[in-house]
Design a protein around this ligand. Sequence first.
Ligand SMILES: C[S@@+](CC[C@H](N)C(=O)[O-])C[C@H]1O[C@@H](n2cnc3c(N)ncnc32)[C@H](O)[C@@H]1O
Length: 205
Amino acid sequence: GALDTVAALEPGAGNPHVTNDLDASRKAFIEDFNRITLNSTPGDAAMLRILVESSGAKRGVEVGTATGYGAIVMGIAFERTGGKLISVDIDPKMVQTARENLEKVGLSNVVTVVEGDALEVLPRLEGQFDFVYIDAVKSDYLKYFQALEPKLVPGTVIVADNVIKSGKHMADFLEVINGSPNYISNTIRSDETKQDGMLVIYKLK
Ligand SMILES: C[S@@+](CC[C@H](N)C(=O)[O-])C[C@H]1O[C@@H](n2cnc3c(N)ncnc32)[C@H](O)[C@@H]1O
């Protein structure tokens, strides 16, 4: 069926060739990236890059790094906006692999990987943020959001992954977002192969 097709091969699905404008070695590294099941898909990563670059975000947080696929693609965007990304993961092996991957692709100066439980790390982060990608424990999305909310400037873009398949595990989070006059949001399916969606949330005030 249509959902089994590779999104990038469907003209109407766009062209998530996220590295088109980069040097050959970086392009090859990302194209050959050994994505594990946990990693974001190329379609979703392309969407994240578009959101970071088009909003001109300067200070981002990713909750859940895994091996750094999303962090690398967002890192390219932050490199181009002159911004920085902090990515948090609780698993030391993931953190180590992500750091090695970021080093190999030349983005260690843009993306900092912090090892620890996001529920402890996020409340301690200093300063303000203007981009958030939430992609760790689905039932803790509300807690991650509440830890970051006081630090988010108006105009912040927050992306929450897996809101369709795991919607029932994050009902409290979705209720808070949908019920708040401070946020406008919409779910996008930027990768047909995943059969899931990312909620894109914009902080109005
Ligand atoms: C779906 S993966 C992240 C994929 C990544 N965003 C990407 O673009 O490739 C979720 C990650 O969240 C991490 N994680 C789980 N619980 C966590 C917690 N309490 N704090 C921080 N990270 C956590 C897991 O170790 C796992 O690597």
